[in-house]
Design a protein around this ligand. Structure first.
Ligand code: SF4
Length: 167
């Protein structure tokens, strides 16, 4: 890096978007996007799966946020709130270590959802809400986007690049 050159701003990204086998059912869910390919080439992406870094295995039972108690409960009625909170905390630490202010996280996940989550009844019903990691990141000023708002994330990156170059 040249003197005075700004380090490229990194984006925290859900590991499953990059094809990593971290999902609860062990399946791959790659996000195919030209923007993503560009950011990957630029070395912007830092992947994380909050559930896996918390120590949960792959595969693992599906989990949803109970809307009465706000606890994360598996389909087998096990309370995994502690592990989900730990995953969120570790993701936040990663953001702090790398000065990350932007994240691209998988919609509807009980960890990563940013606009919707499943309603806690395991009946495939979605409601407006956010996952445990998204909530914690937002509470600390990190902007969280999803696959449906990836263009808004690109606009945000462009805006911040303009801001930096104007300094
Ligand atoms: Fe993907 Fe997030 Fe679920 Fe991990 S916790 S599998 S990164 S959506």
């Amino acid at each position: 890096m040249k003197i005075n050159e700004q380090p490229i701003e990194k984006i925290l990204i859900s590991a499953c978007f990059l094809g990593e086998r971290v999902r609860y059912n062990g399946e791959v869910k790659l996000l195919v996007s030209v923007l993503l390919q560009k950011w990957q080439k630029q070395g912007r992406l830092l992947s994380v799966c909050p559930e896996v870094i918390s120590g949960l295995p792959v595969p693992r039972p599906a989990a949803e946020i109970d809307q009465m108690t706000k606890k994360v409960i598996t389909i087998e009625s096990i309370d995994v709130t502690e592990q989900f909170d730990k995953g969120a905390e570790l993701a936040l630490r990663l953001c702090r270590r790398h000065n990350i202010r932007l994240a691209l996280l998988k919609e509807s996940s009980p960890s990563c959802g940013s606009k919707t989550i499943y309603d806690g009844t395991f009946s495939q019903q979605k409601i407006i809400g956010e996952g445990v990691t998204t909530k914690l990141l937002r509470e600390h000023g990190i902007k969280v986007f999803s696959e449906s708002s990836i263009k808004e994330l690109a606009e945000q990156i462009d805006k911040e690049a303009l801001f930096v170059s104007a300094k």
